[in-house]
Design a protein around this ligand. Sequence first.
Ligand code: HEM
Length: 511
Amino acid sequence: MEMKEFAPDKNLLQMSQPAFQNATAEVVPRMASRATVPLLLLLGLLLIFLKLSQKKATLPGPSFCLGIGPLISYGRFLWMGIGSASNYYNEKYGGIVRVWIHGEETLIISRSSAVNHVMKKGHYISRFGSKHALQCIGMNENGIIFNNNPSIWKQTRSYFAKALTGPILQRTLAMTVESTRDHLEKLLGGNNNTTKVDVLLFLRAITLDIANRLFLRVPLHEGEIVAKVQKYFDTWQSLLLKPDIFFKFKCMYKKYEKAAQDLQDAVEELLLKKQQELRDTEKLHDITDFATDLIFAQTHGELTPDNVRQSLLEILIAGPDTMSVSIYFMLLLIAQHPEVEKKILEEIQTVTGKREVQNNDLQQLKILENFINESMRYQPVVDITMRKALKDDMIDGFLVKKGTNIILNLGRMHKDDFFLKPYEFSLENFTQSVPHCYFRPFGFGPRSCVGKYVAMVMMKGILVTMLKQFTVHSDNGNNLQNIKYIHHLSFHPNESQTLQMTFIPRNQAED
Ligand code: HEM
């Protein structure tokens, strides 16, 4: 069989030629480059898109407009007060708004996710406010409330934390009941008659006395100190956001300086009394108090004398500033809602009978606790709190630069749709359990209210002791809706109006 000679295909031959190879080498890159350009473009677009989506979303709020925006927003804060202006902006622009105070970027936050983010993180432990103002009232790098030096604040806070928990917390209820009873007796002068009461003044005296019994324990003139605390608070509120130029004119802030100095001097005097008492005492009380701890810390060089005086001043003003107004609002609500009063009273009678309320009872007073929570939600006293960002951060998708001022609008956050009746006073708002993230009347996290446990115990103790003895009526037709308010650093009644209430002994009310 003849072997057929293998004849390679012509095309194959051509393909094996160098000339063909060259042609292919040219065509392939050309084809590739045609495909690469759109691919690279696509990739570029994708990268830009990714970058943009990671970059800050624009913060809602008034526009900068050649600096007019910052001027208007600062003016609004000075004119309306911090609380009112914050509500205005949150209502207009939503749960996160960017404005300017003092020319500095300031966020007002009422959205609960963002509020909780700020409260939880350690880089928001500073507050903001005019340094001159803080110096004038003694809070600059001293005390705790507006101390913006993180290391001094941390050290000082440990003394407050010790004083407001543990054995002192255990004694709070007994001291509260004792003080409330003493003040009621003094007020009525031994008679069990219907009495007209300047309630705010009365509650301030009680809360100051409780603070003295718990933290200082020296005789003091309540009326005098209460009046000084009021002026100090007005000064703090009036100066906090003032422009630097204001402090260049002594004549403009002289009266404020005097008000601050008056309270500082009074506290200094109390400290001297306490030091003297410690020198004279051979055996210290079984449980030392806040003032004693501060004095020892000063002796050991741990705290400066200015810090000791300011810390004592702050623990004495914290109660009268917050709790007296909170309880006044609660008494107004009770007077307006007899059905709520009836429920609270029935519970008190069931749990305590004829005896005084005791620590073990507190857990069982559920309706009272719901009432206190609902009152603080519906008509809060401390409805904003001020912080500063100590480093760059993202909050709910918005870039927040280091140094940004932050106002947490807790009052507005508490009107969230989560609540059954957000804009009404109703115990139903607390009948189902409320997740903490929706309700933070004392703040939360490292810079939260260090007195929150003591505050709850005091409010329960004062209310139970008063309500067991009296029913309250509001005079002049005053109610929460028609009295005039000042809404600045806190939300409180304008005291140029008469805020009397009538206390009617229960046995007479029932006749
Ligand atoms: C109804 C009563 C009270 C309310 C609603 C209240 C609420 C608050 C709020 C919202 C803050 C700011 C928290 C934050 O920035 O996250 C605060 C701070 C503070 N509260 Fe209270 N408070 C009350 C009573 C008290 C009492 C009785 C004391 C002490 C005896 C107290 C001591 C303080 C202190 C020292 C701070 C500053 C904490 C810091 O900056 O580290 N508070 N409070």
